[in-house]
Design a protein around this ligand. Structure first.
Ligand code: ADP
Ligand code: ADP
Ligand code: ZN
Length: 215
């Protein structure tokens, strides 16, 4: 199963990807997570990416394409994966097809998770992430059992630097301009299923499963 989760920042891609990995037994591949890890480790890649990420801009295509090429060739990706946050531009989508073709593989399905913009701002502003395991919480809709602590690993929860209202607005614009065209692109290829991203995490998870069963 090679699945792409498409959707604006805050749509719930990461949340659903984590639930799916448990069910399907394939890894979540998130370019955002890989980039944040590089920033935290202070690597060359991290130093290059940081200024783009802080502004809510996209990291240049050639950088993220390089990351993905390396990642998808790892053994744990042999049975499939859930791509979360990649591709985000047309050149990235074309590069993905090329990389997969060279591995004699292709994308099985693209799920576009759709949520109105007002809700996205609230979801992102209230998002908290575990430093230990990357689990996502929300201060109102999905709070941890103990304030500031992860339910599964007891790690400290933090707010991402780019989850500030001004940066959020900019990221939503970037999504509209650069990523949204991929919805039509994958629709034309017959790969797209639209998922209503409003409702509880469990409801959306059920829609995702239904969509995948029909693929
Ligand atoms: P969200 O889903 O909340 O928008 P991500 O964790 O997917 O956030 O991405 C965070 C940031 O990392 C993006 O704003 C961007 O700067 C960078 N990034 C992640 N994936 C990509 C990508 N495929 N192309 C370019 N930049 C990316
Ligand atoms: P993305 O990866 O698309 O940027 P996340 O999965 O990180 O989105 O979710 C963004 C925020 O919204 C997180 O705080 C998460 O806990 C919360 N969230 C996810 N799904 C839902 C939902 N169905 N209803 C309300 N809040 C949600
Ligand atoms: Zn944790």
């Amino acid at each position: 199963m090679r699945i792409v989760l498409l959707g604006p920042p805050g749509a719930g891609k990461g949340t659903q990807a984590k639930l799916l990995t448990g069910r399907l037994g394939v890894p979540q591949v998130s370019t955002g997570d890989i980039l944040r890890q590089a920033v935290a480790n202070g690597t060359q890649l991290g130093r290059e990416a940081k200024s783009f990420m802080d502004r809510g801009a996209l990291v240049p295509d050639e950088v993220v394409i390089g990351i993905i090429e390396e990642r998808l060739r790892k053994p744990d990706c042999a049975q499939g994966y859930i791509l979360d946050g990649f591709p985000r531009t047309l050149p990235q989508a074309e590069a993905l097809s090329r990389v997969l073709a060279s591995l004699h593989a292709s994308v099985d399905g693209v799920l576009s998770v759709e949520v109105p913009e007002e809700d996205l701002v609230e979801r992102l502003a209230g998002r908290r992430v575990c430093r230990g395991c990357g689990n996502m919480y929300h201060v109102d809709t999905n709070p941890p059992l103990q304030a500031g602590r992860c339910n599964t690993c007891d790690g400290a929860l933090y707010q991402r630097d780019d989850d500030k209202e001004e940066t959020i607005r900019h990221r939503l614009r970037v999504y509209r301009d650069q990523t949204q065209p991929l919805v039509a692109y994958y629709d034309k290829m017959g790969l797209l299923t639209r998922i209503d991203g409003r409702g509880t995490i469990e409801e959306i998870s059920q829609r995702v499963h239904r969509a995948l069963r029909q693929r």
